[in-house]
Design a protein around this ligand. Structure first.
Ligand code: ADP
Length: 489
């Protein structure tokens, strides 16, 4: 069986968030489980590729609106990432740095929509010309979600109409909404246009949900919430209910080739569950480099500074913590909304004590090395997400012996088991209500345990010993693929 993943990100070639991590790992584990798997993605101007492993395998052209666009298809060989990656090079829309945003301005590309549509037209061309001949297409997020409609409805792709399609929702907040007229200009007529529309607009995610043969999302908890909570489904609850019969949640895993404190080359000292002394060294080295006191609990936040990540709660919770409690240090690493950066900066200025050590360090940048170092050095990871499809940060944190404090939502509820001092079971701390008070109380509970080192060690080890490997998830995907692909392939 040959599964082709189609996506806009694949770490480390291009990564903005968890989507990139998933695409950078899942195909490798599918191959280990015995099937062929590859990724097809755009070739961005700043793609992190291994040039000597790149081969040009095809040149062609396709039309988009009234333009003919030439493209080239490159293959990065499997030995680089453990699976082949096919890169669609189309210079007009992708020949510049950035995945969704212009790195020089931090703003979405003005031709964002065209980039998504052009990529999908390019994928159709590659499939129609038979350059790649998968047995199943696995599509990821709204950037690829219109493909099933073209494949099923456009007579031009009749020979591909039976190709099984899995569509995975990594984040339902971003749905790909466009003026309906756009579909009239670039699409094909469908029997029930309302299946492509939501609130009068073209809605790519809705199309993917309805036209795909199977739908998955990245945790069982999020799968339930999408069907039960209109706020989490971001308006598509009724559609998620309609597709419930073909939808399931499969928890993401983590890639131990990249995320393993025993081998991670980006951290200051390696360590493992048997000997946590290396973790202390990481904390000391990081605190030194950031001017923080190493003898205080170190709380870290890593992630996009967006509403869905609960950054408003982060600011309010830190405000309560840092004004009342002086003996903690906090590091925030993230990029995102300027208003949140301003609020954090404002908080930092307000809590400064003359002559005192800094207690809040802010790094508004995307810095993979620093992220690894923070997972290794931190005592606690703060993750007050309002919505969390799966969340990888908390799994990385637990693997590195950093205790997560999370809002009990989506994948966070599925992966962080609350600490129970009686049984000595559990891997972190959860709070149920999305309020600064509940968040602050969870941090205080964690700090209480932190000051009992024997208990804290058990808690750390519980998290480090959990198995978050992709093997289990890859098996679940494989079972799903087998229900869709005829046995002969
Ligand atoms: P999401 O995909 O919603 O952003 P996830 O928790 O699934 O959230 O994945 C986030 C990934 O992006 C993790 O690998 C995290 O370490 C990484 N990340 C997020 N922000 C940054 C940043 N500013 N610098 C480095 N890595 C980051």
């Amino acid at each position: 069986m040959y599964v082709l993943h189609v996506a806009f990100e694949c770490a480390p070639i291009a990564k903005v968030g968890g989507l990139g991590d998933v695409l950078g790992a899942l195909p490798k584990f599918l191959r280990r489980a015995g099937i062929e798997a590859a990724v097809l993605m755009p070739r961005f101007g700043d793609a992190q590729l291994q040039e000597d492993a790149l081969r040009l395998i095809h040149e062609g052209a396709f039309t988009y609106r009234d333009r003919t666009l030439s493209y080239r298809l490159w293959q990065q060989d499997a030995e680089v990432l453990g699976f082949p990656v096919y890169l669609l090079e189309e210079p007009v829309h992708f020949g510049r740095p950035g995945v969704y945003q212009d790195p020089t301005t931090g703003l979405d590309f003005p031709d964002q929509a065209d980039r998504f549509f052009v990529f999908q037209r390019g994928v159709l061309a590659v499939l129609k010309e038979g350059v790649l001949r998968p047995d199943l297409l696995h599509l990821h997020d709204h950037h690829t979600a219109l493909l099933p409609v073209w494949l099923r409805e456009d007579p031009a792709y009749r020979e591909l109409a039976e190709l099984p399609i899995v569509f995975t929702v990594h984040n339902a907040e971003h749905q790909g909404r466009y003026d309906w007229q756009v579909w009239e200009e670039i699409g094909v007529p469908v029997a029930r246009p309302e299946d492509l529309q939501h609130r009068g607009q073209l809605n790519a995610m809705k199309a993917g949900l309805l036209w795909a043969d199977a739908v998955t999302t990245v945790s069982p908890g999020y799968a339930r919430e999408l069907q039960e909570r209109e706020d989490i489904a971001a308006g598509l609850q009724e559609v998620f209910q309609r597709v419930a019969h073909k939808m399931r949640g499969i928890l993401n895993g983590i890639d131990p080739d990249v995320w393993n404190p025993a081998t991670d080359p980006l951290i200051f000292a390696n360590y493992s569950v048997e000997d946590l002394s290396g973790k202390e060294k990481n904390k000391k080295a990081l605190c030194e480099s950031l001017g923080l006191r190493p003898d205080r609990p170190l709380l870290v936040f890593i992630g996009r500074l967006m509403q869905e990540k609960g950054v408003d709660l982060l600011v309010a919770g830190l405000e309560q913590l840092l004004t009342h409690q002086i003996d903690v240090s906090v590091v925030v690493l993230g990029t995102g909304m300027p208003a949140y950066q301003a609020a954090l900066e404002d908080l930092r200025c307000r809590i400064v004590r003359p002559g005192g050590f800094p207690r809040l360090v802010l790094r508004f940048e995307f810095n993979n090395t620093l992220a690894h170092q923070l997972y290794a050095a931190g005592d606690m990871l703060l993750m007050p997400s309002r919505v969390e499809p799966c969340g990888l940060n908390q799994m990385y944190a637990m693997t590195y012996g950093t205790v997560p404090i999370v809002h009990a939502v989506g994948g966070l509820r599925d992966t962080v088991e609350p600490w129970d001092p009686r049984t000595q079971q559990g891997t972190g701390f959860r709070f149920e209500t999305f309020t600064p008070r509940a968040f602050h109380q969870a941090i205080r509970r964690a700090l209480t345990v932190y000051h009992r080192p024997d208990q804290w060690r058990v808690l750390q080890r519980n998290g480090m010993q959990r198995d978050w490997s992709w093997d289990r998830s890859a098996q679940e995907y494989l079972e799903l693929y087998r229900t869709l692909v005829p046995v002969t392939s």
